[in-house]
Write a protein that binds this ligand. Structure first.
Ligand code: PEP
Ligand code: MG
Length: 598
């Protein structure tokens, strides 16, 4: 039976491969590959954890009070039995050996397999043993979590010859990072919106992805053959031979198209009327600089520095020296081109160690997107913030660095930020450490900042519009929530007004202005942004060629004359489609239907 699952198309192209399921678990588990040489060590980690849990059960049973109900002892026996069952531990060890999963991933994958078997059992008593199995696995996972973690490897070639695609309920940003440059040819997740960080990282890896595919991780089984249609937001499980052939053909076509676009790499981005357009790269790690140069970027417009912080515990955040080395590596990689580094944007869907900054302080948080996030967290942790600023200024000694501050909304935050910068400049001068001057920029991603832009233009050298958050906060739509993803609308007139007036005012004040949200890399918006006067776009390296193609065909004078009707329109998307015929219809974007076909 072939199944079709619809979600949100977030990263274009077609992937065909064998499904690798990352099971969701109540315990936050790391997922990564282990080096083939360390497989035996990883199995020992698993067996040691099993033995620790077995001992815990023995102690629990021994210490049961004499009047404890006899069911309790029986239950502990069941747990002990499950723990020793080869179907659990032996099969988990097989996952480690055959797939090189780390022990936690292997164990949760095996739990998924066994849980399905329990679900299908006729006998109600046996079916209920699934809960016991989950408890046992949870204990082993927690024990593994307390011990030394396994060694992470980038795992370039563990998949054999067959392409693999990753299917999960959700993928934590930290896991996503360890999957970066790994074997996977595509991603499918049950949750997430178009600008959730899973989607952003998938785009940065330039591999097809569908998010918000609701039931995908339940309907898809380990090793199923699946097609990911990243243009339509469609996942086809177990396709018929005809469908498979059709998609293989489309895959070849899109590879040819990519090859054609790659030829534009060294063509300067200049419009028909001679306007030079700056196409910059968004990166997550210093080593992404190579891909940026390869794609023809003329600099980095957004280095999301929080990715250096994310897969570490609060007690193990990168110190000044480690950050300095990372920023300097990005500067060196870009060979004299400017590198815009954003100070940490931790919070919302980019937690530290699975916890938002509020939660790290043991404060409950109902809505992390409105909580202690980005610059708010930095200002509340001055020594952490100053460590980062010192590292940034020191890296600026080696090449042009611009520092970008996320999520600013008010003058007092601007003042505090500037005071911190002045403070670290004094510190560095006193210590005699060499440092450079930086241009300072503010992200415009909160409506309050866009509406009070002159304040920002007085204090900053440039502004960069973060449309992902600007849309989220203008429309009150959680960008990571697939239940409201159909309401997340870059075409909303309020959003376009804010983007347009920000560009206009910044240009009038002689300040640099760029867009670094996902709108900048979507060719559907290229003409409109040019019409608004934008001359600097920052996007994933993989998107540069498609946007450049639009730039090369554009005439900014003609486009500028068409802007007003779009901004005055009740339905800017429709107006734009008439005025700029090159604007493509976004296909099935927003559709979250689940259709199961026989
Ligand atoms: C944005 O909000 O548009 C942006 C670029 O920042 P991030 O996606 O990292 O929040
Ligand atoms: Mg943002």
């Amino acid at each position: 039976m072939s199944i079709q699952i619809f979600g949100l198309p977030v990263s274009r192209g077609v992937a065909i491969g064998r499904a690798v399921l990352v099971a969701s678990s109540r315990v936050d588990v790391p997922h990564h590959f282990v080096d083939p040489d360390l497989v035996n060590e990883e199995i020992s980690r698993l067996l040691d954890a099993r033995d620790v849990v077995a001992h815990e059960f023995e102690v629990l049973k021994r210490d049961l009070p004499p009047d404890a109900p006899s069911e309790l002892a029986a239950l502990l026996d069941v747990h002990q039995m499950l723990l020793q069952d080869e179907a659990l531990i032996g099969a988990t060890a097989d996952w480690i050996t055959s797939r090189h999963y780390n022990a936690e991933w292997a164990l949760s994958a095996q739990l998924e397999v066994l849980a399905r078997q329990f679900d299908e059992m006729e006998d109600a008593y046996l079916r209920e043993r699934k809960a016991d199995l989950e408890q046992v696995v949870e204990r082993i996972l927690r024990t593994l979590g307390r011990g030394a973690p396994s060694v992470v490897t980038s795992a370039k070639d563990f998949g054999g010859d067959e392409p693999l695609v990753l299917v999960a309920s959700d993928i934590a940003p930290a896991d996503m990072l360890s999957f970066k440059r790994s074997v996977f040819k595509g991603f499918v997740t049950d949750v997430g919106g178009k600008t959730s960080h899973t989607a952003i990282v998938a785009r940065s890896m330039d591999i097809p992805a569908v998010v918000g595919a609701r039931q995908a991780s339940h309907l898809i089984r380990q090793d199923d053959c699946i097609i990911i249609d990243g243009d339509a937001g469609l996942v086809i499980v177990d396709p018929s031979p005809i469908v498979l052939e059709e998609y293989r053909f489309r895959q070849r076509q899109s590879e040819l198209e990519r090859g054609r676009l790659a030829r534009l790499r060294h063509t300067p981005a200049v419009t028909l009327d001679g306007e030079r357009i700056e196409l910059l790269a968004n990166i997550e790690m210093p080593e992404d600089g190579a891909a940026a140069l390869e794609a023809g970027a003329v600099g980095v417009g957004l280095f999301r520095s929080e990715f250096l912080f994310m897969n570490r515990g609060i007690d193990n955040l990168p110190d000044e020296e480690e950050q300095y080395m990372a920023y300097r590596a990005a500067v060196d990689a870009m060979k004299g081109l400017p590198v815009t580094i954003r100070t940490v944007d931790i919070g919302a869907d980019k937690p530290l160690d699975g916890l938002s900054p509020n939660e790290l302080r043991h404060e409950s948080v109902l809505n992390p997107a409105l909580g202690l996030r980005a610059i708010r967290w930095s200002l509340s942790e001055p020594s952490m913030f100053r460590r980062q600023l010192r590292a940034l200024l020191r890296a600026a000694y080696h090449g042009p660095v611009k520092v970008l501050i996320p999520m600013l909304a008010s003058l007092h935050e601007i003042r505090q930020t500037l005071e911190n910068i002045a403070h670290v400049q004094r510190q560095l001068t006193e210590s005699g450490k060499p440092f450079g001057t930086v241009e300072l920029g503010a992200m415009i991603e909160v409506p309050a900042a866009a509406l009070t832009l002159p304040v920002f233009l007085r204090h900053f050298d440039f502004v960069s519009i973060g449309t992902n958050d600007l849309i989220q906060y203008t429309l009150a739509i959680d960008r990571a929530d697939e239940a409201v993803a159909h309401l997340y609308d870059p075409w909303h007139p309020a959003v376009l007004q804010l983007v347009s007036t920000t560009i206009k005012q910044a240009r009038a004040a002689g300040r640099g202005v760029s867009v670094c949200g996902e709108m900048a890399g979507d060719p559907v918006f290229t003409e409109l942004l040019l019409a608004m006067g934008l001359r600097s776009f920052s996007m994933h390296p993989s998107q540069i060629a498609s946007v450049k193609q639009r730039v090369l065909r554009a005439d900014t004078r003609r486009l500028a004359a068409l802007l007003e009707p779009v901004l005055q329109s009740d339905d800017p998307e429709e107006t734009c489609t008439h005025l700029f015929p090159a604007v493509a219809t976004p296909g099935l974007a927003g559709k979250t239907l689940l259709s199961v076909a026989a």
